[in-house]
Every structure is written in structure tokens, then in C-alpha cells.
Design a protein around this ligand. Structure first.
Ligand SMILES: Nc1ncnc2c1ncn2[C@@H]1O[C@H](COP(=O)(O)OP(=O)(O)OP(=O)(O)O)[C@@H](O)[C@H]1O
Length: 263
């Protein structure tokens, strides 16, 4: 499904600020894999996701989605295959537009744009049903401007939008980190629900080791631009936060912060 073949990325090459953010990273994901990604600050987690999304070109290595070489494909073209949700609830939706307009836009992603968003009645019913399932009181806010919603409500809608057209790959970059614990839990439960019911191949960065163990079928730990740990299935199920901290410290990790453990 996704194949990352020995990618490297250096920022500010040839300057005093030169930073080798990814060092020959390889990764293969099967369809339906739900991978959680952890690691200390500056480990390369976002750089990995940004490389896959095409935010910038990698220096070497190849990236394939469904056997298609996307290494040099522009970000906006790759977006047809990839759904993304970022940490900042302000990103990913149009604040001045209504909830239903944002959803209609997401439902038409990749299609020709029209000046007026013609709504189909059945679409409206579908959106309302999907919003009701979020349990965040959004089903009656279809006419509200996105900018008037809370951070949690926006993230839930962004997640819905990112997955409406069933992307080949879903990339979540600490998408619950800016939310209060109760709302974060709701958005995480929603994430699991959407990922499992649609069988989406997903990479989710989190700072919270407990969440990294609770969610997904596979876990990657990054440190200093390299994959330090890659566990799945039974092995992942048996792993504890303590084991993760041990692995991190024994391999020279730069001291796990409290936020890395607890989120
Ligand atoms: N666009 C960029 N320009 C310059 N340097 C960058 C850029 N993106 C990342 N870096 C650098 O690359 C390294 C890896 O950063 P990255 O954001 O991938 O880490 P991370 O694991 O996501 O960390 P965090 O948990 O702090 O978000 C860091 O040293 C960072 O400063």
C-alpha cells in the first residue's frame, strides 16, 4: 500500500543549521495498517509524514502509494490519495464557510470546482447523520461558520472531511494534542471508528505513549531521524509504557519528556 524506500531529508544543507531530519528511512504498510508514531521532539515524525504527503521533496529514496511512484509528484496531486489532519484545529477547513459547505467541498475533492456548491438532499441527510454520530452536538450546526466552532468540533469535522472520500492513506499529525483530555478522547474514539469501519491505512503521530499503545496494530518509535522500534500484533499488545521508555533510553533517545509519556 505505502512503501517508503530509504528516504533521507536534510534541512538547511551546507549551513551551520544543517539538520539531517530523516536518515535512510524505509517503511512498508499493508492495506488497513494503523500505525502509531512516537518519538521525542525533533525525532523526525512530522518530516516523515510531510515527506509522504509531498510537502517537500526528499533528498534521496523513493515513495510509492499502491505501487505508484509519487516521489516527485506535487503535494496537491498527491492530496487526491491522502487525507490529512494536523494539530492545529484552524488548519484543514475554511473558517469563513459553513460546516455544510466545508463538507460538500470535501465530498467533491478531486472533482472540478463550481462557483456554487449545489447540494443534493441525500448528501445533507448523510452529513447530518455522520455529524450526529460524533456526539459533539454538531448535527444542528450545518449552517454555522466553521470559525465559530470549538477546537474539538473542528478537529472532528476535519477528520470527517479527510476521510469522506476514503483516501488511500490517512496521515494524522498529533491531531488531538491541542484538545482538552475529554474532547481528545472523543476525537480519538472517532478516529478509531472511522479507521476501522473504512479499513483505512493510517499513520498517526502522537506524543502520548499510552495512546500509541492503545490505538493501531503497529507502533513505530523514531529517534534522531531513524526508526528505533517497529512492533506489531501480539508484541505490541504485550508492550507497556515502561518497555517503550526502556527502549527509548537504551538506544540513546534524548530523554523522554512527560508529554511524551502522558500527552
Ligand atoms: N521545514 C523545516 N525547515 C527546517 N527544519 C525543519 C523543518 N521541518 C523539520 N525541521 C527540523 O528537522 C528535525 C525534525 O523535525 P520534525 O518536526 O520532523 O520532528 P518531530 O519528531 O515531528 O518533533 P516534534 O515532536 O517536536 O514535532 C528538527 O530538527 C526540525 O527542527
Amino acid at each position: 500500500m505505502l512503501r517508503v524506500d530509504g528516504i533521507s531529508k536534510t534541512f538547511f544543507a551546507g549551513t551551520v543549521n544543517e539538520k539531517l531530519a530523516l536518515k535512510n528511512v524505509s517503511l512498508e504498510m499493508k492495506p488497513g495498517d494503523f500505525i502509531t508514531v512516537i518519538g521525542g521532539n525533533g525525532a523526525g515524525k512530522s518530516t516523515l509524514l510531510n515527506s509522504i504527503a509531498g510537502v517537500f521533496q526528499v533528498d534521496s529514496g523513493k515513495i510509492y502509494i499502491d505501487n505508484m511512484d509519487v516521489t516527485e509528484m506535487a503535494e496537491h496531486k498527491r492530496a487526491a490519495y491522502i487525507g490529512r489532519v494536523f494539530q492545529d484545529p484552524m488548519l484543514g477547513t475554511a473558517a469563513g464557510m459553513m460546516v455544510e459547505e466545508n463538507l460538500a467541498m470535501a465530498a467533491r475533492r478531486g472533482q472540478k470546482l463550481h462557483l456554487r456548491w449545489g447540494f443534493r438532499g441525500d448528501e445533507f441527510v448523510e452529513f447530518k447523520e455522520k455529524l450526529a454520530k460524533l456526539d459533539l452536538g454538531l448535527e444542528d450546526r450545518l449552517k454555522s461558520r466553521m470559525g465559530t466552532l470549538s477546537g474539538g468540533q473542528r478537529q472532528a469535522i476535519t477528520l470527517l472531511m479527510a476521510t469522506l472520500r476514503r483516501p488511500k492513506l490517512l496521515l494524522l499529525d498529533e491531531h488531538t494534542a491541542a484538545l482538552d483530555p475529554k474532547t481528545a478522547e472523543k476525537v480519538l474514539a472517532l478516529t478509531r471508528n472511522i479507521v476501522e469501519t473504512s479499513g483505512l491505512t493510517t499513520l498517526m503521530i502522537t506524543h502520548n505513549m499510552r495512546d500509541a499503545l492503545r490505538f493501531g496494530n503497529r507502533l513505530l518509535m523514531l529517534n534522531d531521524g531513524e526508526i528505533l522500534l517497529d512492533i506489531h500484533g501480539e508484541e505490541k499488545a504485550k508492550t507497556t509504557v515502561h518497555d517503550l521508555l526502556d527502549a527509548f533510553e537504551h538506544s540513546g533517545g534524548n530523554g523522554a519528556s512527560d508529554s511524551m509519556v502522558l500527552g
